[in-house]
Design a protein around this ligand. Structure first.
Ligand code: ADP
Length: 433
């Protein structure tokens, strides 16, 4: 880059020559050169003032007499424009990032290399109770947990930490550290309470199934070992083989119930095409007939079915639900106990009810009865021969028919299990139609 243009150099040369000529002609060479230098200074000073004025708003197009200044200010203006464009892009990216993190359901907190909060999204307010004034503070100290502090201080190779929330009792939080820059980490926090509950439910379920299967299996193995004796007479052997039936049926019932439950839970909601108009009178009749052997111990089963409405549903599932309710009523009632099955209804819907005058259930158990393998009295339920899955099946069947199981009970007086079907789940009997 030339500091002066050719024109400027020629002008400066001409000025010096003119000063020399005037100075020699009039005998004042020193004054003439001084005047020429002063004129040059004024010229330069004028450009300098222009430059200072331009520098206040450097994005304007520069215009200077001095070629060097003109060129320098032009390249300065170009770099400024580039820097401005880059800043604009960076700002746009930052606001896009903010928008993305704001939409995240999990808390996202940007921290510096030491774990101090730089910024955070909206979910952090609800989950970690962060406030604007917490910016700059150490996230670990706000979460008040040694594992969180270790994670934020990078004292552990594990990028995750799980601990109890200091804000909501019973809530479990998971933190994950994601490095985003040399001295910057993104901390993602989420509520894992539900996930943990599901995992422990799965573990409980596997433990329960194994336990339930082990009992009859142990009995079967015991009898098989006894049978495997060459000295046994035919009668004893036949008697021992007969003993295998009960634990085998028990295992079969358990596997059947498990399969049924899994099918109910994993099947999509029934489509209108899957539904048939189920005649409840016939359904209850067939359930009672099937259980006649079981109820033979003097139970009196009364059916009160004044309503002819049919349920739009899946007959096999409804049959299973009804069977489970009536089986329980028989199982948990003394010999000779009275059991009522009723189907009543009108324009606003209909209700299926199974009530007994049996042992009853204490209030604290009522909300947990439909959990798999939940029993009020484990030992007695075993003796009565249940799988512990009956009411869980009923719950899922009813859910698939837009209904739910309601239970009322009093210890020593009996229980009432009922459910309501909405009008749009019902169909008038053919004669009425
Ligand atoms: P189970 O196969 O053990 O009967 P269920 O899921 O059908 O399993 O029932 C869960 C528990 O609910 C039973 O173990 C029993 O304690 C209680 N229960 C169910 N029905 C009745 C009833 N009619 N009367 C009293 N207790 C009942």
């Amino acid at each position: 880059m030339d500091l002066y243009s050719r024109k400027e150099l020629l002008g400066a040369g001409a000025l010096v020559l003119a000063a020399l000529a005037i100075g020699l002609a009039f005998g004042g060479l020193g004054w003439a050169l001084f005047a020429a230098a002063a004129a040059g200074l004024v010229y330069q000073h004028r450009d300098l003032r222009r430059f200072v004025r331009w520098a206040k708003k450097p994005l304007r197009r520069p215009k200077f007499a001095n070629a060097g200044l003109e060129q320098a200010s032009r390249s300065l203006r170009r770099s400024l424009k580039q820097a401005r464009r880059r800043t604009h892009e960076a700002l746009q990216q930052t606001s896009h990032f903010r928008g993305v993190t704001a939409a995240l359901p999990d808390a996202a907190i940007l921290v510096d290399g030491e774990g101090n909060i730089e910024s955070f999204n909206g979910a952090s307010v609800a989950l970690l109770h962060l406030k604007r004034k917490d910016t700059g503070k150490h996230l670990g100290t706000l979460l008040r947990h040694p594992d969180a502090i270790r994670l934020l201080n990078q004292e552990t190779p594990d990028p995750t930490a799980e601990f109890s929330s200091p804000f909501i009792e019973g809530q479990r939080l998971e933190l994950r550290r994601v490095p985003v820059a040399k001295d910057q980490d993104l901390i993602l926090a989420r509520d894992v309470t539900h996930l943990n509950r599901l995992l422990s439910m799965r573990q409980d379920f596997v433990a329960n199934v194994s336990h339930e299967l082990r009992t009859p299996l142990t009995i079967i193995v015991g009898y098989l070992e006894a049978i495997d004796d060459d000295e046994l007479d035919a009668d004893t052997r036949r008697r021992l083989v007969g003993k295998l039936a009960s634990p085998t049926h028990r295992m079969q019932a358990l596997v059947d119930d498990l399969l049924m439950l899994t099918r109910l839970e994993s099947s999509p909601a029934p489509e209108p095409g899957d539904l048939t108009a189920v005649d409840v009178r016939l359904l209850v009749g067939s359930v009672v007939d099937d259980l006649a052997g079981m109820a033979g111990k003097g139970h009196q089963i009364e059916q009160r079915i004044p309503c002819g409405l049919r349920v739009l549903g899946i007959e096999k599932e409804l049959h299973s639900a009804c069977t489970n309710l009536v089986t329980n009523a028989i199982k948990y009632s003394p010999q000779g106990g009275r059991i009522n099955i009723s189907w009543t209804g009108g324009d606003n819907g209909a209700m299926l009810e199974v009530s007994d005058e049996g042992v009853g259930i204490a209030p604290e158990h009522l909300s947990r009865l439909t959990e798999r393998f939940y029993r009020v009295d484990f030992a007695s339920a075993r003796v009565r021969g249940g799988t512990g899955l009956g009411l869980a099946i009923v719950k899922h069947v009813l859910k698939r028919h837009n209904s739910q199981l309601q239970i009322e009970s009093e210890v020593g007086k009996g229980s009432r299990f009922y459910c309501r079907f909405q009008a749009d789940q019902l169909q008038a009997p053919p004669s009425a139609a």
